[in-house]
Design a protein around this ligand. Sequence first.
Ligand code: PLP
Length: 443
Amino acid sequence: MTIEQKRVLTTAIPGPRSVELHARKTAAVAAGVGTTLPVYVERAGGGIVVDVDGNQLIDFGSGIAVTSIGNAAPRVVEAVQAQVADFTHTCFMVTPYEEYVAVAEKLNELTPGDFEKRSALFNSGAEAVENAVKIARHATGRQAIVAFDHAYHGRTNMTMALTAKNMPYKHRFGPFAGEIYRVPMAYPFRWPTGPENCADEAFETFTSLVHAQIGESNCAAVILEPIQGEGGFIVPAPGFLARMVDWCRDHGILFIADEIQTGFCRTGDWFACEAEDVVPDLITTAKGIAGGLPLAAVTGRAEVMDAVHGGGLGGTYGGNPVACAAGLASIETMQAEDLCGAARRIEGIMRPRLAALAEKYPAIGDVRGRGAMLAVELVEPGTKTPNPELTAAVAKACHAEGLITLTAGTFGNVLRFLPPLVIGEELLLEGLGILEAAFGASA
Ligand SMILES: Cc1ncc(COP(=O)(O)O)c(C=O)c1O
């Protein structure tokens, strides 16, 4: 069913039926499973989420960068319905099926690098990252993994160890997996000696820490999000990524690009590494890959991926046929509708408006991101002191007006915008208007 692409508020947000359901949630669901905005969803499509009270909210979150092609996208609905009717599961490791192979072929073709590749499919981003680490360790015979400040790689034991932020992700969940080392991120806005020195100094710090604390020959891989997601849409200082990857290659250290949030057209390219011509050895993907169905992957150099013995990788549900059918339909949609182009058009509309907002409100310290992955970092005016209170207030004011926005950042002071790439221009402009009014009321 198509949903009218229009914001409609019929009740306060959340409305009475959502409030009722939220009371049931509190009584039935573990308290640790949080909620950003407790409106309960009935339907969603394009740039609109319809709640159980009949409100229609504008979506600037895409379920955290997942429904880039829109919710219940027609090709996905058709492919999933057909697949569900044929068969729902056999386990690819028992009796395989074409859909899994076809997704692997697509990933090998679309990811950067014109060498021979292989892919393996999983259920979640965290599971893909876990497996990328397993593969890197096995292929190199080395153990150390280097991760960055502000990184987010998931919530399983290994990925918690890779994730940088304590609250809410790690607090009292240790002990964590071993042989993980952390280095500073090339974060231009917060680089101590200024953004102009960030790329060079971050590179020097990176190489000297790896040399002094790990030893190059003990280092299996470096993992980095080419634009950090949960950490606050931090774009590494230009040049840092390419230099770091070259140096790793010189020392036999693999580079794992975690493209789980940045992948599949989100930043205006199929993968964010492309903007700097960086070719990873291994790439992890999930989120935007399958229009909302749980699918994730590791794709990489054939000789690295194939180093692992038969039976060493897998899982009961990894590459489930329904998820694979959704993945193929999603990729087809991205190609047919040129969603990389759409992400660039969204940036063309949003970035000037965010820049104008930053001119008006000195609490906006930085505007950054790429494509349809944009953010503003909020500070105490005239300083770089994080301002999480204002961030929460602006997000709350947006929510009350029916605009779904998300926050992020190690200090909780980043408002991030991840609209579906299929959002119409009118909704995008209306959402920006709501954001501007929210700053007017809160800043
Ligand atoms: C960059 C990155 N890596 C890994 C993950 C973990 O993915 P999942 O939540 O599917 O386990 C996320 C999720 O936000 C992410 O943004």
